[in-house]
Design a protein around this ligand. Structure first.
Ligand code: HEC
Length: 138
């Protein structure tokens, strides 16, 4: 019985390991200081013109007048409705990949997967920061 159990576990591990490049392990999104710094640098360069420096959707350059407006990354609702897989899909394939408008460009050919992970970490960082600040103000 024990042997059978071990065989099943081993086969599952082999299966998971081979199930293709599209499987993104959850732990790849690191939360260290380097990731925050890199995420910030990339976000400010590529995303903030539309999404705003703080991720609130009011980018100084292109954020106004877009229909739909870029979503507010700092609300709890935004982050609660999206897991890492969905964020990766939205960023690499653009909003069109989610069946939405084509206003958010696909970044999959511009940014490395690792860079997209840094950005996701940074979006979550901005969200957390905003929510801590909001609760302090209350
Ligand atoms: C040209 C403006 C523009 C730029 C640049 C841009 N975005 Fe967007 N983004 C948008 C707009 C507009 C939407 C809303 C699209 C919609 O709902 O149809 C959006 C939506 C999103 C969403 C939400 C998708 C969802 O789940 O609804 C994410 C995540 C996102 N953008 C990430 C990024 C990241 C990361 C970058 C930088 C690498 C970036 N965007 C750069 C305009 C932009």
């Amino acid at each position: 019985m024990k042997v059978l159990f071990l065989i099943i576990i081993s086969l599952s591990i082999i299966f998971l390991a081979c199930s293709g490049e599209t499987e993104i392990p959850k732990n790849i999104i690191k939360k260290d200081a380097f990731s925050t710094r890199e995420g910030k640098r990339l976000f400010l360069h590529y995303c903030s013109p539309c999404h705003g420096k703080n991720g609130d959707g009011f980018g100084k350059y292109f954020g106004y007048g877009l229909e739909p407006q870029p979503p507010d990354f700092t609300t709890k609702e935004f982050i609660e409705k999206r897991n890492n897989e969905l964020l990766i899909l939205a960023i690499s394939g653009g909003s069109f990949a989610l069946g939405k408008s084509n206003l958010c460009p696909p970044w999959g050919n511009t940014l490395y997967k690792e860079e997209i992970n840094f950005i996701i970490h940074y979006i979550k960082y901005l969200n957390k920061k905003a929510n801590v600040e909001n609760s302090v103000n209350m």
